[in-house]
Design a protein. Structure first.
Length: 321
């Protein structure tokens, strides 16, 4: 949806450029993965080092990257929707499109804690768009229909493993997406669904990977020696943390977790093996990569055309209903 951010930016307005380095995952990097180097505490908490690890899994990178092509597509849809609403006499003012490089890395952290917990209170959540004032044109049924279209005409796209996404079938948001994606709109949504499903399948497959299981075993042994026996894996530790804190004492278990990850090279090997499993999924699903590449190029071309054109409608006077 124009003007929103992903997964804070909303599922399936995502676009991403295929990571040029993804193919490297199958080469020398993976050949040495079974003997993953031990990582120092300093390297483990380095923002740059963690970012390199986060960018390794190629499916996740396609889902969560925020690149120039993505930003252009989102901004083109945003501008088109604003003009579309203005032509119907409405003022539509979505938030500005985030620039490339803005915000924090929003990729998932599938292997638990990666840096020491901060003592600084978290920043307040970014406020959402203000709800329309009661009685204003923006609160009217006509405004909602102009923007979101007819509820009965919504389009639902399904994946292969139960996931489905519903999008407006008409209205200005649908027109904006169609202007950028053309008749490939449903195919683009399905491609993104398949990537989300592939990410989940790869994570499940990783649990059966011998080298990943070995890394988890070495982490468990380290936690045993540190005085925290019976830990199944790092993500499970975080899920049971309130109970663990009550039984085992405050931040000590978190420090032990990070220290064991560092001394065993757990995060390096875990992300490397996840990258390998995800690349294997892409190799077995070449049509997904082809559709992703073709449709991304297509929408980037259309987005550049929209952004190069002057605005077609001035902001209207408030419309009463």
């Amino acid at each position: 949806m124009p003007g929103t951010r992903r997964p804070r930016r909303v599922l399936l307005t995502l676009t991403a450029v295929l990571a040029g380095g993804a193919a490297v995952v199958g080469g020398t990097l993976l050949a040495s993965a079974q003997d993953a180097p031990q990582v120092s505490d300093e390297a483990l908490v380095s923002t740059a080092a963690l970012e390199r690890l986060h960018r390794m899994p190629p499916v996740t990178d396609r889902v969560f990257a925020w690149t120039g092509a993505q930003a252009r597509s989102a901004e083109a849809q945003r501008r088109y929707a604003i003009d579309c609403m203005a032509r119907q006499g409405f003022r539509y003012a979505p938030k500005a499109t985030p620039p490339v490089g803005s915000g924090e890395d929003e990729r998932p952290r599938p292997f638990g804690l990666e840096t020491p917990p901060s003592s600084t209170p978290p920043a307040p959540a970014e406020p959402g768009e203000k709800p329309p004032k009661p009685g204003s044109p923006e609160a009217s049924p006509a405004y909602a229909k102009a923007l979101f279209g007819d509820e009965a005409k919504r389009v639902t796209v399904k994946g292969e493993h139960g996931m489905s996404v519903s999008r407006p079938g008409d209205g200005c948001l649908a027109e904006a997406e169609t202007r950028v994606l053309g008749d490939g709109r449903a195919r683009w949504i399905r491609t993104q669904i398949l990537l989300y499903e592939g990410q989940e399948q790869a994570r499940a497959a990783l649990e059966k990977d011998p080298r990943f299981r070995d890394a988890t075993g070495r982490w468990q042994q380290c936690m045993d020696r540190a005085g925290f026996p019976g830990q199944s894996n790092p993500p499970a530790l975080l899920k049971t943390l309130p109970t663990q804190r009550a039984r085992l004492g405050g931040r000590d278990i978190l420090r032990a977790d990070l220290r064991c990850k560092s001394t065993t090279g757990y995060l390096t090997l875990a992300y490397t093996r996840l990258a390998a499993v995800q690349q294997d999924w892409l190799d077995r699903n070449p049509a997904v990569t082809k559709d992703w590449t073709d449709l991304l190029a297509r929408q980037d071309k259309a987005a550049r055309e929209v952004l190069a054109a002057p605005a077609t409608a001035a902001a209207p006077s408030p419309r009463s209903e």
